[in-house]
Ligand binder design. Structure first.
Ligand code: 13P
Ligand code: SF4
Length: 356
């Protein structure tokens, strides 16, 4: 494969590769019974749930009620490392479970559904990516968290949506040229923010890619006071209209902190639970995903995040099935790429505290 092919080929999924979004349908009585069973199992097995904001509200409530954690992908990784529990039940998508395992190889990491993946992870196959990196040995390799352990193992740095701009700015400031993978929209956004010299992999998130710039403009006319909150995996035309572009945690905090009562939100609708919790009196409006001539595929809800359910959590705790395994050859190099980020963000936080 030549370098031009690697950088110009699209790694987007076809519709056939995207599963339908199916949400768990259970009665209130069943939910209560499952919740009790899961809480007892967590206690007995010294386990905690670490969940992403995009999972079902019932999972987020259970995670917090049982001493676990709900957050973005960076904070999920941090929490897993500090938790004293012997078992982490990671409710999210596969790369989140793998990251937890890489940082905590001695812990048991379970996931409700091992087939819960991510279009960015699928769109960055190890062999193609390694060949691309090998063809550009003078570049520093920076990958987004939404990648396999194998891809992280080939990277110098792993970053998340909340840290990408700062890391690339720092690397670019040292004169480094960057290979960025796999999200093209986040890559373009980071490039535009930092002016860094970047080769950008052409992957995409099937959820955020569906937000529509023209329809967003129309919606803003109907809600002229609304602030627009956008996750940076969205297309440039949507990002251009944002009052805030941020990681999921930044978007949740903005609803509580920004001086506005209405918000148009361009990210997975699972986040609305946390946003309502943060500021119950604010009006939240989904950014449009379907244009006049299009129908949405994900409709602002990740089909892989939706694979997590209370029933499956109860099942993995009862059976011990669905344990995440990461090949030992990937653990050390992938862990180095992740640890670089954790050290970087810790130092940034200390510096900010010092400056305050
Ligand atoms: P965050 O790191 O902002 O939580 O994003 C993860 C993700 O998968 C967004 O689609
Ligand atoms: Fe991946 Fe997009 Fe789902 Fe996030 S929302 S896990 S980036 S497919």
């Amino acid at each position: 494969m030549d370098t031009l092919t690697a950088s110009s080929r699209s790694y987007r999924l076809t519709n056939e590769q995207i599963p339908p979004t199916i949400t768990e349908s259970i009665s209130a009585t069943e939910r209560l019974a499952l919740t009790r069973t899961i809480k007892a199992a967590l206690k007995q097995q010294n386990a905690v749930i670490v969940a992403h904001y995009y999972t079902d509200e019932s999972i987020q409530v259970l995670a917090e009620d049982s001493g676990g954690h709900v957050s973005d992908s960076l904070d999920m990784a941090r929490f897993g490392s500090h938790a004293t529990a012997e078992t982490l039940v990671v409710c999210g998508v596969r790369f989140m479970g793998e990251t937890a395992k890489i940082l905590n190889p001695e812990k048991r990491v379970l996931m409700p559904d091992l087939s819960a993946t991510c279009s960015l992870d699928i769109g960055c196959p190890e062999a193609d990516f390694v060949a691309f990196c090998d063809a550009h040995p003078d570049h520093t390799v920076v990958v987004y968290a939404n990648t396999s352990a194998a891809v992280k193992a080939r990277a110098d740095w792993m970053v998340t949506s909340g840290s990408a701009v700062d890391v690339i700015r720092a690397l670019s400031g040292q004169g480094e040229k960057i290979i960025w993978a796999p999200d093209q929209y986040l890559g373009d956004y980071v490039q535009q923010q930092t002016g860094a010299d970047m080769l950008i992999w052409q992957g995409a998130c099937i959820v955020h890619e569906e937000f529509k710039a023209q329809e967003l403009q129309d919606l803003r006319r109907l809600h002229p006071q609304a602030k627009v909150l956008v996750h940076p995996e969205s297309p440039a035309g949507v990002i251009a209209q944002a009052d805030l572009v941020s990681s999921t945690t930044g978007l949740v905090n903005a609803v509580a902190q920004m001086d506005a009562t209405e918000f148009i939100v361009a990210t997975d609708s699972g986040i609305f639970h946390k946003m309502r919790q943060a500021a119950n009196d604010k009006i939240l409006i989904e950014a449009p995903t379907a244009g006049k001539s299009a129908t949405c595929i994900s409709c602002a809800h990740c089909p892989w995040m939706a694979m997590n359910s209370l029933q499956k959590i109860a099942q993995v705790l009862a059976t011990g099935n669905n344990e995440i395994q990461v090949a030992s050859r990937y653990i050390q190099p992938a862990s180095q790429a992740i640890e670089r980020l954790l050290t970087f963000t810790n130092n940034n936080a200390k510096q900010l505290a010092g400056d305050a």
